[in-house]
Design a protein around this ligand. Structure first.
Ligand SMILES: C[S@@+](CC[C@H](N)C(=O)[O-])C[C@H]1O[C@@H](n2cnc3c(N)ncnc32)[C@H](O)[C@@H]1O
Length: 363
């Protein structure tokens, strides 16, 4: 059987690609801006096959080099300007417009199908509590859907809760599944059915990681995280601590031997919990992990029972990367960033296998 061909854009460390490779697809082109993510990609995918197809740099330099007529084009265009945690500039920003650029280039590349992944925020744009607030960007979704039609494609999109597919993380992502207008495939059939495999809790997952791999590398917390991380109970973050009494805070700090730490921030003699923006949250071992996200170290996930940030390997395991997938980068931040950005390979494989069924039926 011939291998189906994939063009991968905004490839990152290759979470989405790994799922397609595991399902038996052949990547013929990949492109990524960040050199650390490219290094990670080369290291891991280079063990499997020749990866000279990977182009490092701005995708805008490569549109003309992309092989034509692949079976599928996959990618996760940058999501910061669509995220509810980001600036919400949508198509007004260069980064946000990369989604539109990708759609416009479908006309040139002519894949039979495409899968584009993005954050939930792309679906709901205006401030729901205050839709008339001035200076809000136009809702990008109708513009994107219209652009898809204009280049000769049809699309269906759906919001997935990845934990419903056995991914041990409450991560919600939108998948756009597209095909050429006129292709007889029923788009809805491309969406995988929920797999009611129970996603593992943090406790189950972390205890399954071999001991020699668990804490080998983790980010150095900032002063706030170092002081308040240890006194968090499972599931708590700085917001929770703000609701505690001064007596309770003293008790918790004393239990951890931190009461006399001169770095404890104080105001008028009282402990002051810093404002949001440099948060730390202790994972709840009894629950499925929250979305792995990374904003330059400002929102650190704290280990469920140890007093440190979760390690690169623990974050990667929550994202379903295999233990032998290694992350490269100049610093720890670059590694966490690649992991948080990725489509969990296990979910990517579910998507890839769903498409494979349709592609092989047609042969
Ligand atoms: C959401 S991540 C994609 C993650 C990937 N799908 C995965 O599963 O690992 C988006 C990627 O787009 C890359 N990127 C942003 N702007 C780019 C550009 N102009 N050209 C190429 N890549 C770009 C970022 O560096 C980032 O790695």
């Amino acid at each position: 059987m011939r291998k189906f061909k994939v063009v991968s854009l905004f490839t990152g460390a290759g979470g989405l690609d790994l799922g397609f490779v595991r399902a038996g697809f052949d990547i013929v082109f990949a492109s990524e801006l960040e050199s650390s993510a490219c290094e990670t990609y080369r290291l891991n995918f280079g063990k499997l096959h020749d990866i000279s197809y990977l182009k490092e740099g701005d995708v805008n330099h490569f549109w003309d080099e992309i092989p034509k007529h692949p079976d599928i084009l996959i990618g996760g265009p940058p999501c910061q300007s669509y995220s509810t945690a980001g600036p919400r500039t949508a198509l007004q920003s260069e980064n946000g417009r990369l989604f539109l650029k990708t759609i416009q280039n479908l006309q040139k590349i002519q894949p039979r199908f495409f899968i584009l992944e993005n954050v939930q925020g792309i679906l709901t744009f205006k401030d729901e509590k205050d839709p008339n607030k001035p200076d809000q960007p136009d809702n990008p979704l109708p513009i994107l859907l219209n652009a898809i039609k204009e280049v000769g494609y049809e699309v269906e999109y759906r919001l997935f809760d990845l934990s419903e597919f056995g991914i041990p993380q409450r991560r919600k992502r939108v998948i756009f599944f597209g095909k050429k207008i006129g292709d007889p495939t029923v788009l809805k059939r491309l969406f995988p059915k929920k797999i009611f495999a129970q996603a593992q809790t943090v406790d189950e997952l972390f205890k399954s990681i071999p001991g020699n791999l668990t804490g080998s590398e983790s980010i150095t917390p900032n002063v706030t995280q170092k002081i308040f991380g240890p006194i968090l109970a499972p599931g708590e973050n700085l917001e929770t601590l703000k609701k505690l009494s001064e007596v309770e805070l003293h008790k918790r700090l004393a239990e951890k031997g931190l009461m006399n730490d001169p770095k404890i921030p104080r105001e008028n003699g009282k402990i002051r919990i810093p404002q949001r923006g440099q948060d730390v949250q202790r994972l709840n071992p009894a629950k499925i992990a929250p979305t792995m996200s990374f904003n330059g170290g400002t929102n650190v996930h704290w280990h469920p029972w140890l007093d440190r940030a979760i390690s690169v390997r623990e974050a990667a395991t929550i994202q379903t990367f295999p233990y032998d997938f290694e992350f490269l980068g100049k610093n720890m931040e670059e590694k966490y960033h690649q992991i948080a950005n990725a489509v969990p390979p296990m979910f990517a494989e579910v998507l890839a296998r769903s498409l494979l069924t349709i592609l092989t039926e047609g042969k």
